[in-house]
Design a protein around this ligand. Sequence first.
Ligand code: SAH
Length: 355
Amino acid sequence: MAGGKIRKDKNHRGSAGANPHYQGGIQFHKSKGQHILKNPQLVDTIVEKSGIKPTDVILEIGPGTGNLTKKLLEAGKSVIAIELDPRMVLELQRRFQGTPSSKLKVIQGDVLKCDLPYFDICVANIPYQISSPLTFKLLAHRPLFRAAVIMFQREFAMRLVAQPGDTLYCRLSVNTQLLARVFYLLKVGRNNFRPPPKVDSSVVRIEPMRPFQNLNFKEWDGLVRICFNRKNKTLGAIFRQKTVLSLLEKNYKTLQALQIPENGSLEDIDIDMASAVSALGDTLGDLSMGNDDDGDDENEMDMDDDGEAKGSDFKERVLAVLKEGKYEDRRSSKITQVDFMHLLSLFNKAGIHFS
Ligand code: SAH
């Protein structure tokens, strides 16, 4: 079917085929990230590598004109497709009009704004501008699904899978890998899309994990944010900065005023894990695409003109924690998640909190 469609387009080279922004009379909008998959072999490869079972309920995000949807319908039990553009929804209804509604359900809406349905596996070629919030929306979804196989912009995909010591290792890598196992599946050149985007792409497999018990995500992200603000500086240098120390001291005083025992933890405070995780996606926003060291994220503290804080009891308290865990001379670019967790627990033990 998909092959037939493409051949038909070729026959019309003189009219619609000459304009890569058209297919079936639909003009593609870059603002909605509309780059449809035009290579049927690639669609087959993605579906094969997804490991779909015949019993699977599949979630597709941004089905567009349905080139991937068609193969997903053949591979799984049913497909639920969420599409923003009403013109695409009409095209899908036309293309799959013989398909029973128990097999294909098309929901018109913004995937970031709607409640996700139950699904076993998510397979999608998404609009790249929603990569970060979508990833964390999926990771916050319950019940846990088996996997999400998603096409991302290549740089974003490389950041998702980056390991400590890799150039691209960043907050996005640490936070994603805290919540999921991530595998790089394949490279996809820009000419597999119509119209071709300006960037190359890669397909990644994300397998969510049950999150660690008792880990406060807001605190975790608070620590990781500070550490990756200048990921190539030593933690000793980062935690000597005025802005960092005054932020931590403010938290310290607030919590003392709340009379939380100094060496206690925050376990008593009920944390809404799902909302904290999905909020990670919003704060990662564009940062996840740029270099953390650029410091161009307005949510980040600007430390360029930030001097070293004067000596104080609080500063000594913070530095003592770094010394205790031998973190003073280490750099975030090389620190594993397990070590970040250890560092957070040492700070908490000393009454120092990040949210
Ligand atoms: N998956 C299709 C089309 C990819 S283009 C294919 O591979 O051929 C991305 C699609 O996502 C477009 O159809 C676009 O309209 C849709 N889209 C963009 N933003 C969206 C959002 N926030 N929620 C759901 N769909 C969205």
